[in-house]
Design a protein. Structure first.
Lengths: 269, 450
């Protein structure tokens, strides 16, 4: 019986393995192969036809290119000559300037050193110099960082005028500078007042970019007011992007009004 | 005892033989049993020709009055799903459909030859019954040529998820014919001002079942789905500053993500869902950062005194596309997800923004200011070419790809106010998907939701 047992086992293994192979190979063939074959044959035929034509074209184009390039080279060389001459002149001029400046600097620095040395002799060593450096860096930091006015109450003040921006720009225009000068004067007269600067955009452009643009506008205003002597701690900023237009229209007339920096004073806290 | 053992041994080889024959037979008769080939590919075709499928109105359990017209509604939902997939052509002559179907009903079997004469390759038959207020929908898909059932499912649930049950079967059909999971169960998020304020809304992928997700009564912007489809990040002015919050779509729970001073704008999640790429204004100008979901472990990727916004993580997680005004106006750039290897992508036009990667990572769709209005373009990163998808009246913005890469949802004001539109990824078949009072903005297509 044991002989039969082995034979049957062999038969079983054979049948099982062939069925397994059959199953695992069979179903995936049709779709995955067919379309790919068709695609490649079409491509191959087209390529053969087009090759000769393309080669002829390419030759003609290359010849034309070479000519154009030579001409361009000659022109470029002449221009380059002119430029180098001009640059040499400029450099000489600038170098002269720099020398003059450097000399002036040296003199000023020497004087400053003498002053510092004298002060140091009179007072404690080096303390004052350190303090001055720290102050400067503090101003630099607050100059560029936004200050968010969360959970505050605000109201408009007629004295603080809006300023306007060009499309997709955040630099302060000349008319804006005059307005900011007046706003700064008001702030100086009301030293207790803190204000919120709002940056706004017109409806054109994307939501995300306009939010960033409005922020840049508010920050430009803040920086300008700081340069006019207003303390950074009094200047909060926020961008509303294109979300709060003052005029809901859809033309240049309304867009001009909506690209604005707006001012509010903070009542609370 | 010995005798019994030998007896048992002597039976063993016979048992092996019978078993192996059974195995062999079953594998021939029912190949799905042994190999489980989920994908049914008997209908072979070349190129982009669509599979013709017939979906007659669903039959109803006897004794039910169809007040809501569910029998035709069910079939309609399925037809629309399969049309949106772009893989199927549904038979749209309803009279013929229902005529052949009623013949089937009379004879009690499916007359495949008659269906074949209409040119259909597959049929779906649905049956609805109601049990203790619960809906049961039985759906079966048949291969006309072979005259046999390919697959069948029974779904049951509440009246409110009637559409979802049918979407589920649509995904099953797509899977059987393409081996690729369908998108009928995906969702959209968008912004609308249907109440007085801009709030975040979600809907089914076909624009139905619109739900208001936030109630901030403030300005809420730019929703983006998490890769697991469970939550959405967005920017809200609710607390006085544009902050990023995350909201769980099932329980509505909101958690603060990024609340730095200045602008916090959500851009995109890393494909593994662990990191968020954002645009932060805390340094005085918008810079791209990545962060953990609690706003911690900040990593700054850009360092330029201008505007850097709209980061979009590539599907393989290696790169981030974003917008920068380095060149003087907004253009799209790509960098490694660590900020290295910066390169500029767009040169055409003076305003390119809102980059959105195709799911295969080969293309980036974006919005471009094109002779005074915004249009959607696609840049092919492999072929190094670009294509304009929208044109004509109005602005088109905010492209977002379907997870199968076949459709793009976007917002357009071609009919006045901004609404949500859909098109094929080559710009074909543009149509309004959602009309909502108060307009639709900033659509984001969810991933496949398990």
């Amino acid at each position: 019986m044991q002989k039969y047992n082995k034979i049957f086992l062999v038969i079983f293994l054979f049948v099982f393995s062939t069925t397994f192979l059959f199953i695992s190979c069979a179903p995936k063939k049709p779709i995955s192969v067919k379309p790919q074959v068709d695609e490649t044959t079409i491509k191959a035929e087209e390529k053969g036809k087009q090759k000769a034509e393309e080669e002829a074209r390419l030759k003609a184009e290359e010849e034309a290119r070479l000519k154009a390039e030579e001409e361009a080279r000659l022109k470029a060389e002449e221009e380059a000559k002119r430029r180098t001459e001009e640059e040499a002149k400029r450099k000489a001029y600038e170098e002269a300037r720099l020398r003059a400046k450097e000399e002036a600097k040296r003199r000023a620095e020497e004087e400053a050193r003498r002053m510092v040395e004298e002060e140091a002799r009179l007072k404690a060593k080096g303390e004052k110099k350190k303090i001055e450096e720290e102050k400067l860096s503090a101003i630099m930091e607050t100059e560029t960082q936004p200050l968010a006015a969360r959970e505050t109450e605000v109201r408009t003040v007629p004295a603080l005028e809006d300023i306007y921006f060009d499309f997709n720009k955040y630099d302060i225009r000349t008319d804006g500078r005059e307005i900011l000068q007046r706003n700064a004067e008001w702030l100086q007269k009301n030293p207790g007042a803190k204000i919120q600067i709002e940056g706004h955009c017109d409806e054109r452009g994307t939501t995300e970019y306009n939010l960033a643009l409005g922020e840049r506008r508010a920050m430009s205003v803040k920086k300008y007011l700081i340069s006019l002597g207003i303390s950074a701690e009094r200047l909060y900023t926020i961008s509303y992007g294109e979300e709060l237009p003052i005029d809901p229209g859809h033309n240049e007339e309304t867009w001009i009004k909506n690209r604005r920096g707006h001012f509010l004073i903070i009542i609370k806290p | 005892m010995k005798d019994r053992k030998t007896e048992y041994r002597s039976q063993k080889p016979i048992f092996y033989l019978v078993f192996s024959i059974l195995c062999f037979l079953s594998s021939i008769l029912c190949p799905s049993f042994a190999d489980t080939p989920d994908i049914y590919l008997s209908i072979t075709r070349t190129g982009g020709s669509k599979i013709k499928i017939a979906i007659p109105d669903f039959s109803l359990q006897e004794g039910i009055t169809d007040r809501e017209n569910l029998s035709s509604k069910g079939a309609e939902i399925l037809r629309e799903d399969l049309e949106i997939s772009g893989l199927f052509k549904t038979i749209d002559n309803k009279d013929i459909l229902n005529e052949v179907d009623s013949k089937d009903k009379k004879s009690g079997k499916i007359n495949f030859k008659e269906w074949a004469s209409m040119g259909t390759e597959a049929i779906v038959k649905g049956h609805i019954n109601v049990e203790e207020g619960k809906f049961n929908i039985e759906c079966r898909l048949y291969d006309v040529k072979r005259g046999e059932q390919i697959t069948g499912y029974k779904y049951s649930g509440d009246r409110t998820i009637f559409r979802q049950m049918i979407h589920k079967f649509s995904d099953e059909i797509t899977y059987r014919f393409t081996g690729e999971k369908g998108i009928a169960m995906t969702m959209l998020a968008f912004v609308s001002k249907a109440t007085e304020n801009k709030e975040i809304y979600i809907s089914d992928y076909d624009g139905h079942n619109i739900r208001k997700l936030t109630d901030h009564k403030s300005i809420s912007l730019s929703p983006k789905w998490s890769p697991d489809g469970k939550s959405i990040v967005y920017t809200t002015f609710k607390y006085g500053n544009p902050d990023i919050y995350s909201i769980n779509i099932t329980n509505g729970k909101k958690t603060p993500v990024s609340t730095f001073s200045g602008m916090n704008m959500a851009g995109s999640w890393s494909p593994d869902g662990k990191r968020l790429a954002v645009s932060l204004g805390k340094d005085g100008n918008a810079e791209i950062y990545t962060m953990d979901m609690d706003g911690k472990n900040l990593s700054r990727l850009t360092n330029y005194r201008g505007i850097d916004t709209s980061p979009a993580w590539s599907p393989n997680g290696m790169e981030i596309a974003f917008t920068s005004d380095k060149s003087g106006n907004p253009q799209i750039y790509v960098m490694g997800s660590d900020g290295a290897n910066l390169r500029r992508l767009t040169y055409q036009g003076s305003y390119n923004d809102q980059p959105s990667w195709s799911p295969d990572g080969n293309k980036i769709a974006y919005s471009s200011l094109n002779s005074g209005q915004f249009d959607i373009f696609v840049i092919d990163l492999v072929g190094n070419s670009f294509q304009q998808l929208t044109s004509g009246k109005g602005d088109n913005q905010n492209p977002s790809w379907s997870p199968d890469g076949r459709n793009i949802v976007f917002s357009s004001n071609r009919d006045g106010r901004y609404q949500i539109y859909i098109m094929k990824s080559d710009g074909a078949e543009q149509r309004k998907l959602i009309y909502i009072e108060g307009g639709g903005y900033s659509p984001s297509w969810s991933p496949r939701i398990e």
